[in-house]
Design a protein around this ligand. Structure first.
Ligand SMILES: C[C@@](CO)(OP(=O)(O)O)[C@H](O)COP(=O)(O)OP(=O)(O)OC[C@H]1O[C@@H](n2ccc(N)nc2=O)[C@H](O)[C@@H]1O
Ligand SMILES: Nc1ncnc2c1ncn2[C@@H]1O[C@H](COP(=O)(O)OP(=O)(O)O)[C@@H](O)[C@H]1O
Length: 285
């Protein structure tokens, strides 16, 4: 049996750093929305062969570090019994370390796919708990609903931001999340905002607290933000390097995309409040 599922990107429509935990991790307030663009994973059961295997190794990521295999192994450990073998292939479209949550999304898709194929019957809260052990962004992908995130992003309140179109640009640099969070000049004391049960605010009123530090350290990001913000609000997602500009229609986004400076990569995508992963899983039921 074969199952092909999306692993969508996320955007942090805003990202405030509101404090620091005793273990050094930063407390955030952020608004997550998904994009209808991302990686695609194909799971094939191989009952004759035990174990989980990656059919498409990822350059630069040893298999044992790959969040897909780590998610599968965490699930096997939780199940505590021998499960049918599975081969996982990935069509990797999201830039790695781009602030789009690609690795976390791959992990979440793996958790949901294998829960389904292995008939484990674990609920979303349990899967999100397993996912949190792999990365702070995994729970929102497991729950599959746009959300206001608190804590390190794991305390989630469903949200309904407008489903606009986005131009996403990937400046040609790699940003290490740990480096940004350890920068001395980082804003860490943004006052907490109060959130209604269903956040519907205008995210363009809020900021990404990592942006000033990232702009100073990475001129490529600064230049891209300057260019994109000529056409409307533009912002960094996560700790970067990707930036996004928001547009009311696909055609408005595509006009700006076509005029982007040469040498910069990225894509145009729609913001969606229900994850494409959950949409697909519902269709399969
Ligand atoms: C910033 C966010 C926002 O969505 O996204 P990305 O830019 O990575 O996509 C996430 O919170 C990223 O969470 P996560 O994916 O778990 O972070 P990691 O790369 O494991 O973090 C690397 C390091 O950054 C620091 N770190 C990370 C998250 C956080 N809330 N506080 C921190 O201080 C820690 O020192 C950690 O060891
Ligand atoms: N399946 C995976 N896809 C992408 N990155 C992965 C994966 N597994 C492990 N990683 C590691 O996680 C890091 C962060 O990846 P990613 O989730 O794409 O970025 P970000 O957290 O900035 O959104 C990568 O640099 C890579 O070393």
């Amino acid at each position: 049996m074969t199952l092909t599922l999306p692993a969508p990107a996320k955007l942090n429509l805003f990202l405030h750093i509101v404090g620091r935990r005793p273990d050094g991790y930063h407390e955030l307030q952020t608004l997550f929305q998904f994009l209808d663009y991302g990686d695609e994973l194909t799971f094939t059961l191989t009952p004759g062969h035990a174990g989980v295997r990656l059919a498409t190794p990822m350059p630069g990521v040893p298999d044992d570090d790959n969040l897909i295999l780590r998610a599968a192994r965490a699930l096997e450990t939780r199940a505590g019994r021998r499960l049918p073998g599975v081969t996982i292939a990935i069509d990797k479209r999201l830039p790695m370390g781009g602030g789009l949550g690609g690795g976390s999304s791959d992990a979440a898709t793996t958790l949901l796919a294998l829960n389904h194929l292995w008939h484990l019957g674990l609920d979303l809260d349990t899967l999100a708990g397993i996912g949190l052990g792999l990365g702070a962004d995994v729970p929102v992908f497991v729950h599959g609903q746009a959300a206001f995130g608190e804590g390190v992003g794991e305390r989630l309140t469903p949200a309904h931001p407008p489903e606009d179109w986005f131009v996403v640009l990937k400046p040609d640099c790699h940003i290490n999340t740990g480096k940004i969070f350890s920068e001395e000049g980082l804003t860490r004391d943004t006052p907490k905002i109060k959130i209604a049960p269903a956040f519907e605010g205008d995210a363009s009123r809020y900021r990404n607290d990592c942006e000033d530090v990232v702009r100073k350290l990475y001129p490529e990001v600064n230049q891209s933000l300057e260019w994109l913000s000529q056409f409307g609000p533009a912002r960094l997602t996560g700790t970067g390097a990707c930036i996004f500009g928001r547009f009311p229609t696909e055609s408005a986004a595509r006009i700006i995309w076509e005029s982007k400076p040469s040498g910069i990569t990225g894509f145009v995508a729609k913001g969606v409040n229900l994850s494409p992963l959950h949409k697909k899983l519902t269709e399969l039921e």
